[in-house]
Write a protein that binds this ligand. Sequence first.
Ligand code: IPE
Ligand code: IPE
Ligand code: MG
Length: 235
Amino acid sequence: MEKLSPPRHIAIIMDGNGRWAKKRGLPRTAGHSAGGEAFRRIANYCRTLGVEYLTVYAFSTENWKRSADEVSGIMKLLAKYLQEALRDMEKNHVRFCFFGDLSRLSPELRKLCLDAQQRSSEYHEVQVNFCLNYGGRDEIIRGIKSYAQDVKDGKADPDTLTEELFSGYLDSAGVPDPELVIRPSGELRTSNFLPWQTVYSEFVFMNVLWPDFSPEDLDAAIAEYHRRNRRFGGV
Ligand code: IPE
Ligand code: IPE
Ligand code: MG
C-alpha cells in the first residue's frame, strides 16, 4: 500500500483492553498491560511517520466507576509506564503533555506526570497528549471557571470573548484540533472525548481491539481519512 502523508494531529480512544483479556481468559488488568504495549508501538510509529501531535484517551472521568481493583491496577500500570518513559526520555524524544484533572490522581502519579511533562518540554519529535482523568465536559467547566476568574480579576472581558480565545483556557491550549479521531473496539460513540476540539474531525471507527492495534491499522485509518471529503460547512 502506498504511504499517504499523515494528518498533523491524530487522536485515539484506546478502547477494548477488557474484551481482549476476556477473549484470552485473562484478568482485565492483563488487557490494560497489553494496551500499554500497543500505545508504545503506535506512539513510536507516529514518530516515524512524522505525526506532530498524538492525543490518547487513557482514563476518563467516568472510569472511576469501575471496581477498585481495576482502577488501582490501571494506576499502577500508568506509574510504571511513566517511570519507564522518564528513564528512556533522552532516547525517544517524545514530548509529553497531560490533559485532564490531575488533582484526583495520587500525589506520586501526579508528580510522575509533571516530571515527564517538564523533562520532555524541549523535545519536538511528536507531542503525546495523554488524557488522564479526562472528560470533555469537565475540561470545558474547568476552562469556564478559569475564564471567570480572569474576568473577576479584570484580566478578561466577556464582550471580547471568541472561540479562539476560549480555546486557550482548555487543556489543549495551543494544540491544533485533531484532523482524525480513531476509535478501535467497535463502539460507535465518543465517550466524552474532546467535544470542543473534534467538531470538524474525521472519525474512523474500527473493529480491532486496542491491544491488537498495529501500524497497518493506523495506515488503514489514515487511508480512510484521505478518502473523506472535508467541507467545513462549505460546498
Ligand atoms: C480501555 O479499555 C481502557 C480504559 C477505559 C481504561 P476497556 O477497559 O474499556 O476495554 P473494554 O471496552 O471493556 O473491552
Ligand atoms: C473510553 O472508553 C475511555 C477510554 C478509552 C479511556 P470506555 O470503555 O470507558 O467507554 P464506554 O464506557 O464504552 O463508553
Ligand atoms: Mg471500553
